[in-house]
Write a protein that binds this ligand. Sequence first.
Ligand SMILES: *Cc1c(COP(=O)(O)O)cnc(C)c1O
Length: 389
Amino acid sequence: MRLNAPMRAALEASDDDRIFFDLAGIEAQYDLLLSELPDIAVRFAMKACPVDEVLVRLAAKGSGFDAASPNEIAQALRTGVPVERIHYGNTIKSDQNIADAHRLGVRDFATDSLEDVAATAAHAAGSRVFCRLATSGDGALWGLSRKFGCSGADAVRVMEAARSAGLTPSGLSVHVGSQQMTSEAWQDAFERLADVLTALNRRGILPDRINLGGGLPALGYLDSRGTPLDPPLDKIFAVIREGMQHLGAASRSPLDFVMEPGRHLVADHGAIRAHVSRLSSRGQIDGAREHWLYLSCGKFNGLYEMDQLQYRLLFPSHPGTESVQAVVAGPTCDSDDAYAHDHHRVRVPVSAASGDPVWVLSSGAYATGYMTQGFNGFDPLPYTCVNSD
Ligand SMILES: *Cc1c(COP(=O)(O)O)cnc(C)c1O
């Protein structure tokens, strides 16, 4: 993604390491999503950007929140959003978590097991539950498979148990995996949803909500050759629109559709200002000579996903100079703190010197939440919101 003028000005204005969020850009992304999928209600997945200013803007646009813990629910409530627009989307909860969420007013709970349904009935009596179906995660950069969701056969059992326990079996959910790069994954998800919905309808269970989860891609990441990833976003939207229509037609009861985008709304509207720690060249024991560019930020302070994703790096003090191929890494004593792809190389200016600024684009998702409290003594990045008037 290109930097707009206010973001560029903010990045240029001072010199500390910092992450910037473009609030107007995030709002525009929200509008764009709703223009593609006008019939969905958005429940922003808070973990992708748990920044109060961002959440307040999204809430004002009509978004609700997918929260994963009582603390996230409390943060969502502080935006002023009505509690009906917050759901507990994490299938993993202790009895205490469920009771706390219920006390905070939440009545919509994701589930995927009989054990969790029993706990929800005990600690959040009368609530609405939606059962998460497992997906393979194929085609996604972060699969989110196995840990969450259940088979279709289990989903029917879970929903029947919910009904027997006095809960409202209100819906089904899926997550196709984060930064999902294929439209086929969506196709597959709709087929699973349709099968389970039909089985539920036959048993007299009439869900009124389908939650399509997250997984919509950001556009600004690079592939391992350094070219833009180019996910088939238009095709994905077309498959989702068609899937919603077919599912609605097949259902015995009217369906509301909900989505929980995280990355798609924020990734391309955040940028990090970091610095060159050192560009060095070292002979390896296999005889290879490698350039390594060590940055002031890495896996533990802003770029947690750097072993899966590659970001566009800008070197604003080196316009168009001679370059070398370097491995890019963060500043810590952890060898995971690097672009891992088999020591994949990035073109960097040969004269890059310690202290030179480096801008990391499309770094707005999963940056702030994943920062450690000073691993090896490196501070988490402070943030600034731009375009906030
Ligand atoms: C993380 C998460 C999301 C957001 O996923 P993205 O790929 O960032 O859109 C949505 N729903 C649930 C339940 C999640 O855990």
